[in-house]
Each structure stands twice: as structure tokens, then as C-alpha cells.
Design a protein around this ligand. Structure first.
Ligand code: ACO
Length: 341
């Protein structure tokens, strides 16, 4: 509103537009940590990890390889696929719970690494749900014509907040990054709908107690191992299945689609048993589900981003295919998105 006259200002571009994913890319570190290696570190076994989680190995970044490095590598691959230069990017969103440092934002470090000097940049924190949250925020900027080109990245160095003495959690996580370039190409396809949700009353199920304003780092907090993630596994498991199923069903309902019309379902890669339970409850066949958890473990915000890139690169997703992404993470947070590739 014009404050002087109380009349609406002229707004030339009111009509929203569709938002496509013009390119995807991912990066995982070269170092492989297999279940057999973990057997030497904690009281566990390949058999326990495989049957309880489906994970066989995960990637661990080098000491001098940080979240922003992995994010930039994934971003460059997505930019190459989209035919976009750093100079053309208007906005960078990095979803992560393992930023290089509390501030500045990892997105700003990525901006510098990829030469995106015209881009605004910020991080978002929605744990394992971060990539879908980021896609939706990016979509809104493209749809409203506020931006032409948005780079959304999910990137994590979870090995830096993993308690390598806690067998309950250290077998689950890995490092990596995935990225997407969002643009409007004039077609109606792209991100068709997104569902997002959260429940802060269950924040304690999955959290890292130390390092924030509530518990800054002290000798005591470090000694008490408060700077590692903690999880109540079985409660998290139940909440994950329930939230992922309802988000997926709501996303399909909003698009007036049936699960049989979906070519590829990409769920958050946390646990094979969660994926199987979700598939069975939403009526998806094993052939519809994309799973790479056995090779990477849970990479949190990077999880569905890496999987989407691999599904496209391997030909599992073809132009025009309908894709359902489903996520769940700490917060609690959850979400689902329907894409037409
Ligand atoms: N090796 C051997 N034994 C183990 C291990 C291990 N690595 N870890 C736990 N155990 C033992 C436990 O101590 C317990 O022993 P007890 O019965 O003697 O006490 C037993 O195995 C069973 O433990 P549970 O925790 O009940 O095992 P469960 O079948 O629930 O599996 C798991 C645990 C894999 C963590 C599962 O609960 C899970 O996947 N939860 C959800 C994870 C998730 O979705 N996270 C969400 C996103 S992550 C994010 O946002 C960052």
C-alpha cells in the first residue's frame, strides 16, 4: 500500500509462474567407512547394522573438507547440467545442520566458491527435511518472479557431530551434498506441490544439546559429550513413518494424483525399515522406491538431493515423469513434494 494515499501500488508481475528444476548435481567424499570398519570402533556388527538399518557403508569427508566444499562441488554439477554460470544465480539457499561455523552462513561461503557474486545467500535449518523446505522457498522466489535462478543445496558433514563412541547413532550417518537449480522455463511442469510440517513438542527426540545459546561450549560441555547428536531411535522411527505417510498422501491429494501414477518415490534415506513401512502404507511398489541408503547412510539434508541426482543420472527418472519426494527429520520436521521432471 502507498502509505500516503492508502491505494495499492502498481505491481507489474502479479501472475505467478511454474518453477522447474533445470539441473541437479551431487557430491560424496571418496573415503568409504564400511560396517566392517565400525566393528573395530564400537560394539556392533555388520549383521546388526544391515538388518536394522539397511546401511552397508557411508562416506566420510576429509579433515580439511567442509560442508561448504561439498556443497560447492554439488552446486557446480547442477549448474553445469542447467547451463547456468555463477553470475546468473540470484539466490543461494543451503539447508544444513552442520554449517562450516555458526556464522557466517555456509551459503555465503558457497557463493564465494562458485563465483555467484550477484546472489543473496542464507542457510536454513530443518534437519533432514531441509532440502524440501529449501525447494519450496526457492520455488516461491521463482514463482513470484522475485528471482530468475535459485540454487538450493542440501549439504552435511554429519561426521563432525557424530559421537563415534555411541553405537546407537554412529552407524547411521554419512557426509555428502546435493544441489538443484530452480528456474522457470515456461512449461507447466516442475515443482507441482510441496507439503511442509513441524512439531516442536518432540524436539528432544533428536537433537544436539551443546553449541547453541542454551549451552555454549565449555570444558564441561565438551567433557559431557554435549556437542554430538542424540537420538531416541525407536520413537523417532514411529514418528518418521507416520509423518512421512501423511505428508506423501497430502501431496498426492493436492495434485489429484494416485500413487500408481508416480514413476519414482524418493524417501529420506534414514532406515530401510522406515522406507519399506512408508512404501507399504502409501501403496507404493518396491519398484517405485529409490534407495541408495546402503551406500551413503543418512546424510540428513543432502539425502533426497543426492538420491534425486542419482535417479536422474541413472535414467530412473525421465523427462515428464512424476516424482514424489518425502522427508522427515529433527525438529520434528517433515515434508513431501511432487515434481514433474
Ligand atoms: N550395534 C549393535 N547393537 C545396537 C546398535 C549397534 N550399532 N545400536 C543399538 N543397539 C542395541 C541397543 O543397545 C538395544 O540393545 P538392548 O535391547 O540390549 O537395550 C538394541 O540394539 C535395540 O535397540 P533399538 O534402539 O530398539 O533398535 P531399533 O530396532 O529401534 O533400531 C535405529 C535403532 C536403527 C536407530 C532405528 O530406531 C531408527 O532407524 N530410527 C529412526 C532414525 C531416523 O529416522 N532418523 C530421522 C532423521 S535423522 C536427522 O534428522 C538428523
Amino acid at each position: 500500500m502507498n502509505p500516503k494515499h492508502g491505494k495499492p501500488r502498481a505491481r507489474p508481475h502479479l501472475r505467478s509462474r511454474a518453477c522447474s528444476i533445470a539441473g541437479v548435481g551431487s557430491y560424496v567424499p571418496t573415503k568409504v567407512l564400511a560396517n566392517a570398519d565400525l566393528e573395530k570402533m564400537v560394539d556392533t556388527s555388520d549383521e546388526w547394522i544391515t538388518t536394522r538399518t539397511g546401511i552397508k557403508e557411508r562416506r566420510i569427508s576429509a579433515k580439511d573438507e567442509f560442508t561448504s566444499d561439498m556443497a560447492a562441488k554439488a552446486a557446480r554439477r547442477a549448474m553445469k547440467m542447467a547451463g547456468v554460470t555463477g553470475e546468473q544465480i540470484d539466490l543461494i539457499i543451503v539447508a544444513t545442520i552442520t554449517p562450516d561455523m555458526p556464522f557466517p552462513a555456509t551459503a555465503c561461503l558457497v557463493q564465494q566458491k562458485i563465483g555467484a557474486r550477484h546472489a543473496a545467500a542464507f542457510d536454513l535449518e530443518a534437519a533432514c527435511s531441509g532440502f524440501i523446505y529449501g525447494l519450496e522457498i526457492g520455488r516461491q522466489f521463482v514463482a513470484s518472479r522475485a528471482c530468475e535462478t535459485v540454487l538450493v543445496i542440501g549439504a552435511e558433514k554429519l561426521s563432525s557431530i557424530t559421537d563415534w563412541k555411541d553405537r546407537n547413532t554412529c552407524v547411521l550417518f554419512g557426509d555428502g551434498a546435493g544441489a538443484a537449480i530452480l528456474r522457470s522455463d515456461g512449461a507447466a511442469r516442475g515443482i507441482l506441490t510441496t507439503v511442509m510440517g513441524a512439531d516442536g513438542s518432540k524436539a528432544g527426540l533428536l537433537h544436539m544439546p551443546g553449541g547453541g545459546s542454551r549451552c555454549p561450549a565449555t570444558m564441561d560441555s565438551v567433557g559431557a559429550r554435549l556437542h554430538y547428536l542424540r537420538m531416541e531411535g525407536s520413537e523417532t522411527f514411529k514418528n518418521a513413518v507416520q509423518a512421512m505417510c501423511s505428508a506423501a498422501k497430502e501431496a498426492l491429494r493436492r495434485c489429484n494424483l494416485d500413487i500408481t501414477q508416480i514413476h519414482c518415490v524418493i524417501p529420506h534415506q534414514a532406515n530401510r525399515r522406515i522406507i519399506d513401512a512408508v512404501a507399504s502404507r502409501i501403496g507404493a511398489t518396491p519398484g517405485q522406491m529409490f534407495v541408495n541408503l546402503d551406500r551413503y547412510g543418512n546424510t540428513s539434508a543432502a539425502s533426497v538431493a543426492i538420491a534425486l541426482d542419482e535417479a536422474v543420472a541413472s535414467g530412473r527418472i525421465q523427462r515428464g515423469d512424476l516424482v514424489l519426494l518425502i522427508v522427515f527429520g529433527a525438529g520434528l520436521t517433515w515434508g513431501a513434494a511432487v515434481l514433474q521432471w
